[in-house]
Design a binder for this molecule. Structure first.
Ligand SMILES: *Cc1c(COP(=O)(O)O)cnc(C)c1O
Length: 405
């Protein structure tokens, strides 16, 4: 007996009947991708500026990346972390090259990278106080997003994310982003670390100013706190630098990465600077799947393409032109678009109202983009996007605004 064919209706029906209802999905089934384009099951093409939420850094199915995964899949996919594999060693070496002297722990997602950072903060607090449970607090930012695990969620002061899941992990306090004094006011003897996104993504594209980041660095140095930066969304080239904090010239003690690192293959990582890289000793943390030969092959292929195709320079060159045209567009529709924020290929349009109907209008015109908190339309082109594709996104947005005006 041949199995029944998978049809458009059956996919929608299977989702309706069998997939957990934790997402309000767009009514769209995607089946194929190439570069910045994806196709749905009716054969319609879309310009994909969702990039799987800042994940598909090289666009879809970049040939070098596909070949690297295919080659590794035929050789060795998984080993566990009980043994070494060349790919994990090599990816760690190359990430240390970007982040600075230190060590890397590999996991599978942003939330897991952040869990590792929060455990690092506890170990630092233990060393500081000399006793467990005395120094464990972490100061995060209002409107932050650090993931959906209990640690990540507890560091994420948003009602829509925490509601229904309390009690949360204790020991988090929240300062106002870009208000150094509000962070300084929260520091006490029990504080172990400060943890912020260099650019808030889910919260609505709110960048830390360079002065704020440098101020946090001084605050951390003064009180022996770790400065931990969540670069899960803004890292891996998205802003035109490998890490977004490089724009400020600040140095972190630890960094969380994921999303773009695997270019679509799940991988996350925590980098820890030399100063506290020895806090983790054998047995203190682990993961079955983290840093598999296959995941690290994907990560290495992303770095290869980033370097060979000079994607950082390309983002730096193309982004100001694109953002300028978005600003001009916003100025033409002041009642609908209140402003444009962001850096590189991490850009938000501040809309006057709930962007959901506008996202649908963009989708109908062939542009896929996600929203972000506070009525923001988020634009996340792949780092490989061409000037023509960037210009096309502006034309589609203009068309949708004209239709709405
Ligand atoms: C997406 C995101 C996370 C969570 O990553 P997952 O892979 O979904 O667990 C954490 N922090 C930031 C800044 C993110 O954008």
């Amino acid at each position: 007996m041949t199995p029944p064919a998978i049809t458009r209706t059956s996919t929608a029906e299977h989702y309706d009947a069998h997939v957990l209802k934790n997402y309000a999905r767009a009514p769209l089934t995607l089946v194929r991708g190439r570069g910045a384009q994806v196709w749905d099951d009716a054969g319609n093409a879309y310009l994909d500026f969702t990039s799987g939420i800042a994940v598909s850094a090289l666009g879809h199915c970049h040939p070098h990346w596909v070949a690297a995964i295919q080659r590794q899949a035929g050789e060795l996919i998984h080993t566990s972390n009980l043994f070494r594999h060349p790919n994990q060693g090599e990816l760690a070496r190359r990430l240390v090259g970007y982040a600075g002297p230190g060590r890397v722990f590999f996991c599978n997602s942003g939330a897991e990278a952040n869990e590792a950072l929060l455990k690092l903060a506890r170990l630092h607090g233990l060393k500081k106080a000399g006793e467990e449970g005395k120094c464990y607090k972490v100061i995060c930012a209002q409107q932050a997003f650090h993931g959906r695990t209990f640690g990540g969620m507890s560091a994420t002061p948003q009602e829509k994310i925490q509601k229904g899941f309390r009690p949360l992990v204790p020991g988090f306090a929240f300062g106002e982003l870009n208000n150094l004094q509000s962070f300084a006011d929260l520091v006490d003897d029990q504080t172990a670390a400060i943890f912020v996104e260099t650019i808030q993504g889910e919260g609505g594209i709110h960048p830390c100013t360079p002065e704020f980041l440098l101020g946090l660095r001084q605050l951390c140095d003064r009180h022996n706190l770790l400065l931990m930066l969540d670069e899960v969304q803004c890292g891996i080239g998205r802003t035109g630098r490998f890490f977004a904090f490089e724009h400020a010239g600040v140095r972190a003690d630890a960094i969380g990465m994921a999303k773009g690192l695997g270019g679509g293959f799940p991988i996350g990582a925590m980098w820890v600077g030399e100063r506290c890289a020895e806090l983790f000793q054998p047995g203190m943390h682990g993961t079955t799947f983290g840093g598999t030969p296959l995941a690290c092959a994907a990560g290495l292929a992303v770095l290869d393409v980033l370097e060979r195709e000079k994607l950082l320079a390309r983002v730096q060159a193309q982004s100001p032109v694109w953002i300028d045209s978005l600003r001009r567009l916003a100025a033409d529709f002041p009642a609908q678009v209140l402003g444009v924020r962001g850096l590189g290929y991490l850009v938000g349009l501040q809309m006057a109202a709930d962007p959901a109907p506008f996202l649908a209008a963009l989708r109908e015109r062939g542009l896929l983009v996600p929203s972000a908190g506070g009525n923001v339309v988020r634009l996340l082109p792949p780092l490989t996007a061409t000037a023509d594709e960037l210009a096309r996104s502006v034309a589609i947005i203009r068309d949708a605004l004209v239709a709405k005006a």
